[in-house]
Design a protein around this ligand. Structure first.
Ligand code: NDP
Ligand code: PMR
Length: 394
């Protein structure tokens, strides 16, 4: 891992050259983005979002963008607030998104967190008004907890309009695997399987919502996409033939890794993100028409200072933010990333289902391309079928 941190430094120097020499790569692989995003109709949140990192050029472009929308039902103000569940809203991206949505006054945020006290302190620390949020306990590393959360939510009688599957753990320094309550390797168990059960159990509630635009969002990442430079940093995501997943990821009867290989915490995280992106697409194929729910995933940018890197070595945590800011230019602040996810939650122009959203260097959203594996429908179906067995749905 010291080597990894050192290689950050080395490749910092190398990439600086590469990026300079290869303008188109900067536009494509670095941000995982094709050149030039199109501007979307402008909502109030979108205007605030653009204010966070506005340059004079950007401000001008935004001002000249016609603020019309062709999706009329969504653009109408509804009588009631929207209700959005955000998992892992006690820090990082989840907290920034909760804050952004609560500040609009149009959303009630259900912060679904494993540490109630931490969540309460976090909400207060960013100045969220009491009437705009509720904290509910959810530990994604326990399927019982997921079921209990769903029961309590249903009993609360609150409609559900948007579900954001955001929580995650990243264990790059772990030498040995650790496990969820049911004995699944912790990263895939939490990031994928916990969310898979949660989303499946709450789909009916989304379907029943009378909100103008109901959405299920699963946060993905560039690092699970091997069609980008970031996704080619070893260890690369690869689900293989799913033999480890099919075996239950328990490290006893099967490997703790989806592809059946040796445990590698960084790879397990990237694999879990591939599952997140495949799951979103499989939801879209199976349920979009029937339910009217918009299914989406996204890469919000590299939020290099969040708690996600808490398990990484100190040298990595020191070098990673400047590396992303000045070398890859993939860095975004928590605030900016929160406004991006809030846009996917609420922007009337982002209703297209089955999309993996990213943002270009002008901070404009665009539909990004997933890697071959992360967009493979056959793999998506298999991940779905194996996962539903593991979480007790089939
Ligand atoms: P953080 O560590 O700041 O936030 C993760 C959240 O998940 C925390 O609130 C954490 O709770 C919660 N969580 C972890 N385990 C569980 C569990 N078992 N049950 C319930 N909640 C849990 O990281 P980020 O904000 O960076 O990550 C948020 C999302 O963004 C993730 O899906 C990540 O993959 C994605 N992402 C992040 C990028 C980045 O650069 N940071 C880039 C691309 C995607 P607690 O506060 O109690 O620890
Ligand atoms: Mg990566 C070229 C651009 C780029 C981008 C946008 C990211 C994002 N990274 C890029 C490049 C590189 N990174 C390069 C060239 C290297 C080799 C030095 C590199 C290394 C690196 C490490 C060791 N990067 C990392 C790590 C991590 O531990 C992070 C990780 O993989 O978490 C799973 C990470 C990340 N780089 C990113 C992003 C967004 C992450 C972390 C978060 C995530 O995907 O969720």
């Amino acid at each position: 891992l010291n080597l990894q941190a050192a290689s950050l430094l080395q490749s910092a120097a190398a990439m600086h050259k590469d990026v300079k020499a290869c303008g188109s790569m900067k536009e494509t692989s670095l941000f995982g983005a094709p050149i030039g995003g199109k501007f979307e109709p402008v909502s109030s949140l979108e205007l605030r979002r653009r204010k966070v990192a506005v340059s004079p050029i950007r401000a001008q472009t935004a001002a000249t963008t016609p603020a019309v929308t062709n999706s009329k039902p969504e653009s109408k103000k509804t009588a009631r607030k929207g209700n959005v569940i955000i998992t892992g809203a006690s820090s990082g991206l989840g907290l920034a998104t909760a804050k952004a949505l609560s500040e609009t006054g149009e959303w009630h945020v259900i912060m679904a967190c494993r540490n109630f006290l931490k969540a309460e302190r976090a909400a207060k620390s960013v100045g969220m008004a009491k009437e705009n949020y509720t904290i509910m306990h959810l530990d994604l590393a326990s399927l019982d907890s997921v079921r209990q959360f769903v029961d309590s939510y249903k009993k609360s009688g609150r409609p559900l309009d948007v579900l954001v599957c955001n929580a995650a753990v990243y264990l790059p320094t772990a030498k040995e695997p650790t496990y969820t309550a049911e004995g699944f390797e912790l990263s895939v168990g939490t990031n994928h399987l916990g969310h898979f059960l949660l989303a499946r159990l709450l789909l009916d509630d989304l379907k029943e919502s009378d909100y103008p635009s109901k959405r299920l969002i699963i946060v993905g990442s560039i690092t699970g996409n091997t069609n980008t430079l970031a996704g080619n940093v070893p260890p690369k995501a690869n689900l293989g033939d799913l033999r480890g997943l099919a075996g239950g990821l328990n490290g006893v009867a099967s490997s703790p890794m989806i592809d059946g290989g040796e445990f590698d915490g960084a790879k397990a995280y990237k694999d879990s993100k591939v599952c997140n992106m495949l799951t979103m697409q499989e939801f879209h194929r199976r349920y979009h028409e029937e339910t009217g729910v918009t299914f989406a995933s996204l890469y919000p940018g590299c939020i290099a200072e969040t708690g996600l890197f808490r398990e990484h070595i100190p040298l990595f945590r020191l070098l990673f933010p400047p590396f992303q800011k000045y070398i890859t230019k993939g860095y975004v602040s928590e605030e900016e990333a929160g406004l991006r996810l809030a846009q996917v939650v609420s922007d009337p122009s982002l209703t297209k289902s089955g999309v993996y959203w990213s943002w270009n260097k002008n901070s404009a959203s665009f539909e990004n391309q997933l890697s071959e594996e992360a967009s493979d429908p056959e793999k998506a179906r298999k991940v779905w079928e194996v996962s539903e067995k593991l979480v007790g749905l089939a």
